[in-house]
Design a protein around this ligand. Sequence first.
Ligand code: SAM
Length: 278
Amino acid sequence: MSEDFADLKAINKKYWDALVAVNSDTEGNDGYNVKAFLAGEGDLHPIELAELPDVAGLSLLHLQCHFGMDTLKLARKGARVTGFDYSSAAIEKARWLAGEVGIDATFIEGDLYDAPDLIDGQFDAVFVSWGAINWLPDIQAWAKVVADFVKPGGWFYLAEGHPVAYTIDDEDPDGPVKVRYPYFHKPEPLCFQTTTAYADNDTQLEVTENHEWFHPVGEVVTSLIQAGLRLEFLNEHPEITWRAMPYLVPGAPGQYRMPDDRPNIPLSFSLLARKPEA
Ligand SMILES: C[S@@+](CC[C@H](N)C(=O)[O-])C[C@H]1O[C@@H](n2cnc3c(N)ncnc32)[C@H](O)[C@@H]1O
């Protein structure tokens, strides 16, 4: 990756280190109910629960795992899990969380693009979810990393914010559903000053600067196909797992949707792609 990315990555890492403290609050918050998880409760979101193949007995790599709560939820379903993230605070908290609930899990710290040098072997399943790929400048290189970790016959599952939703003005609580940001990828990131935490809009952040790259659905899918995976499904959803615009209302548990008086645009998408048997 370029020197520019190294600088932006350092800024984004600070942002993520700061968010870990908020998101992993053991008293719980709207987005991450760590308290329930520690009590043995909580599950993945309804979108993943409806689509994800059975993971029992599979080796599973969770890339950009944040503080590992979803990784450990997948372990509770019987997967042998490895979580990977570049935030030191996230990996430290993930290891702590695994110890608290007595789950044997591996957590590795590093940048996504360095993952091939840091993680050994291939996996039956690779999993990425919710607000991950928008931190990555190069989606073709990402797809190659992902695909190379999938064993022949294994699968990759992605559940993400929809890039159409990312074009919409996310600040005006009373305004219309209005396009504000470009849909198509640009090498230069969009720069934001995000003042509140996405999992708890009442918490003011001390570290606010962050930089994101948006990736059209077509580029994501084509990159995965070019990296050697075969698409099995691509679904678009009217719900997302965080309040991406201030006027979204609660939908299925842990998800948000447009209120009835606004246009129903796609807010997230998900896909499953499989590597052919050798
Ligand atoms: C929104 S979180 C992913 C959410 C996660 N699936 C969850 O629901 O908890 C995004 C994660 O990507 C990580 N991340 C961002 N850029 C990265 C990179 N270049 N390499 C590795 N991890 C990265 C951040 O540290 C953060 O933990």
